[in-house]
Design a protein around this ligand. Structure first.
Ligand SMILES: NC(=O)c1ccc[n+]([C@@H]2O[C@H](COP(=O)([O-])OP(=O)(O)OC[C@H]3O[C@@H](n4cnc5c(N)ncnc54)[C@H](O)[C@@H]3O)[C@@H](O)[C@H]2O)c1
Ligand SMILES: [Zn+2]
Ligand SMILES: [Zn+2]
Length: 383
């Protein structure tokens, strides 16, 4: 056991004290892990839109003060009583979608969602109802069961997976959300077969990862749709066969984007994905599907209060509307396979890192994310 085991650690974390404000990098006390908990020294974390969404105050469930971050990797510093799945020194990825392997969801074989700590995770506390973080003399909330914007964090033992130390943590962290969400959506959730025509709306980290999964499954046409025309080069680099700027399509052909896709694919796409979070795009993605069997997968997270709509006849005539979280991937049983895919050269990860920052400068990472040229900014947690 490390010399810090069983003791409170004082380290730096980026604390969100209130919505709409910059994060404040300051001292935080991180209590030792209790039974079935793991304390991780976070080495690298990605910054994702969900962090920005909660920080903005638009998430009705967002509570403050909180330590955000859910795309992190590091080393196990110590474990609480009863932890058997990981050991001190393991290289690990934090999982915001836990996997207990015993609840109704985990046993269903139909979903990667796990119900066992959902309520406490949503309230920003550990499964026993308390927090492990304190700063300025008060408790600080956890986020998504991970809180990776801290040099040390405590997670439930079902919210962490060990991966091979051969995978550097600045790459492994990205498998904690964005890349897995897209790649899993294409390879675990969707029915993409050899020759399938696929349309991907939104070429960010998630959409580009779908393109990789579609290539792996032998898709035929892989059509990427994005309002940022600079994304064409990105999309083609990952294996897209076609790129459409929807604004240009409408202006030049006087057709809606869905009609254009139906025309290009002789009746519609076999599978489409929304990776924008825009409910109008979700509708277009559904309506671009082939009659009889086309399926559209919603991945983008829409703003609070938004609703989706289409004519019911679209579904009556056999199109399927579905969605998934974390790409349908079961973190503890399936994430190590994705890490191996990366190490074998079958899954691109390095290419996603367009920006890097240190923890002290984490607010710059949020600023990068809001610009069109950033796919992922990785934050080095060493000060
Ligand atoms: N379901 C999940 O588990 C999960 C996990 C991670 C992220 N997400 C969500 O997935 C979405 C994509 O994440 P990301 O990190 O790739 O985001 P991103 O911002 O990097 O990429 C989004 C892309 O969509 C494009 N876009 C925006 N509006 C568009 C429109 N009307 N038509 C076509 N393209 C449009 C943008 O130009 C951009 O290239 C976000 O909504 C995010 O919150 C969901
Ligand atoms: Zn995320
Ligand atoms: Zn479970």
């Amino acid at each position: 056991m490390a010399s810090t085991a069983g003791k409170t650690i004082t380290c730096k974390a980026a604390i969100a004290w209130s919505p709409g404000e910059d994060l404040s990098v300051e001292d935080v006390q991180v209590a030792p892990p209790r039974a079935h908990e793991v304390r991780i020294k976070i080495l690298h974390t990605g910054v994702c839109h969900t962090d920005a969404y909660t920080l903005s105050g638009k998430d009705p469930e967002g509570a403050f003060p909180v330590i955000l971050g859910h795309e992190g990797a590091g080393i196990v510093e110590s474990v609480g009583e009863g932890v058997t799945s990981v050991s001190v020194g393991d290289t690990v990825v934090a999982l915001y979608t836990p996997e207990c392997q015993t609840c109704k969801f985990c046993l269903s074989g139909k979903t990667n969602l796990c119900g066992s700590i959902r309520t406490t995770q949503g309230r920003g506390v550990m499964p026993d109802g308390t927090s492990r973080f304190r700063a300025r003399g008060r408790d600080i909330l956890h986020f998504m069961g991970t809180s990776t914007f801290a040099e040390y964090t405590v997670v439930a033992d079902i919210s962490v997976v060990a991966v091979t130390p051969k995978c550097p943590t600045d790459r492994a962290c990205l498998l904690g959300c964005g890349i897995t969400t897209g790649y899993g959506a294409a390879t675990v959730v969707a029915d993409i077969r050899k020759g399938s025509n696929v349309a991907v709306f939104g070429a960010g980290c998630v959409g580009l990862s779908i393109v990789q999964g579609a290539v792996r499954n032998g898709a035929g046409r892989i059509i990427v749709v994005d309002i940022n025309k600079d994304k064409e080069e990105w999309a083609r680099r990952f294996g897209a066969t076609h790129f459409l700027d929807p604004v240009r399509v409408v202006a030049e052909s006087k057709m809606s984007i869905q009609d254009k896709l139906v025309e290009m694919t002789d009746g519609g796409c076999d599978v489409t994905f929304d990776c924008t979070g825009n409910v109008g795009v979700m509708r277009a993605a559904l309506e671009a599907c082939h009659k009889g069997w086309g399926e559209s997968i919603v991945i983008g997270v829409a703003a609070a209060g938004q609703e989706i709509s289409t004519r019911p006849f679209q579904l009556v005539t056999g199109r399927v509307w579905r969605g998934c979280a974390f790409g349908g991937v079961k973190g503890r049983s399936q994430l190590p396979d994705l890490v191996n895919d990366y190490l074998k050269g079958d899954l691109k990860v390095d290419e996603f890192i367009t920006h890097r920052e240190k923890l002290a400068n984490i607010n710059a990472a949020f600023a990068h994310m809001k610009k069109g040229d950033c796919i992922r900014c990785v934050v080095d947690m060493s000060i």
